[in-house]
Design a protein around this ligand. Structure first.
Ligand code: ADP
Ligand code: MG
Length: 264
């Protein structure tokens, strides 16, 4: 598991982005960090792979302080997916996916075979392998971003608003496929979003953060919706449809024969 123990990040200009964050992120599950813009989600995520160094506290992975590892070595075990995929525009899709295997010195044939396998896994047509990123839709690029992060089969995946830049219908299909993939792969995933509905749908556990980088509540989706800890969390949950969805899903579980024609 990934453990944050009193982790603080104060940037050079004095901004406290993350304030004494303590959080356990269990192995093999999806933990979602959710909260309004500027509450320190990206900073928290980037401290895990040492793209940002904490100014206080410790982060450990399976009991080992991440400062005891070289950043390059640490990152080999951590896939990273960002909004708008961040693909290399001048590289083909297959070479984008094979980026990390190439860096690790795999031979080209093996790296490309792995990339083709992943292209298929994320639901893309193999004929896209030779295209360039600009020849793909936003949703397809996002899938390539996920495939690239998975290429070296890292046990940990950090995902920073990976589905935020696509339209709602594409987003839903990306989320559904992501859940299907994760059911097979069982990675340890830290998923950042500002969308509470997305958090409720994807998270085993949800960490709600408030501006100033404080943890407002850590709970399962059910617990969170049933008992928001304070006014801030309740307001953030606001008009979420997540509650309705969750109830609906439960009703379906309880009565498999019930009509599914209408969402309440
Ligand atoms: N490099 C930086 N220097 C100074 N302040 C920063 C830097 N990066 C982020 N911040 C500030 O830290 C806070 C948290 O930012 P961030 O982690 O990006 O939030 P989120 O991802 O939740 O929107 C914000 O107030 C932001 O302006
Ligand atoms: Mg962010």
């Amino acid at each position: 598991m990934i453990r944050f123990d009193g982790v603080t990040k104060r940037y050079a200009d004095g901004t406290v982005a993350v304030d004494a964050l303590s959080l356990d992120i269990p192995t093999g599950q999806i933990t979602v960090l959710v909260g309004p813009s500027g509450c320190g989600k990206t900073t928290s995520l980037r401290m895990i792979n040492r793209m940002v160094e904490p100014t206080g506290g410790t982060i450990s992975i399976d009991g080992e302080d991440i400062l005891s590892k070289e950043p390059a070595q640490l990152r080999r075990g951590i896939g990273y997916v960002i909004q708008q995929a961040g693909l290399f525009p001048h590289r083909t899709i297959i070479d984008n996916i094979a980026t990390v295997p190439y860096l690790l010195g795999w031979d080209k044939k093996k790296a490309r075979a792995r990339a083709m396998e992943l292209l298929e896994r994320v639901g893309l047509d193999l004929r896209m392998a030779k295209r360039y990123p600009f020849q793909l839709s936003g949703g397809q690029q996002q899938r390539v971003g996920v495939a690239r992060a998975l290429a070296a089969d890292p046990p940990i995946m950090l995902m920073d608003e990976p589905f935020s830049a696509v339209d709602p219908i594409v987003r839903k299909s990306l989320q559904d496929e992501f859940l299907r993939l994760q059911a097979e792969l069982k990675k340890t995933i830290v998923f950042v979003t500002h969308d509470i509905d997305e958090a409720v749908k994807l998270g085993h556990e949800i960490a709600v953060m408030a501006v100033g980088g404080k943890l407002a509540q850590l709970a399962t989706p059910e617990e969170l919706l049933a008992a928001p800890e304070d006014g801030f969390v309740a307001e953030f949950l606001g008009g979420t449809r997540g509650l309705r969805r969750l109830r609906f899903a439960r009703e379906l579980d309880a009565e498999p024969a019930a009509s599914t024609s209408e969402e309440p």
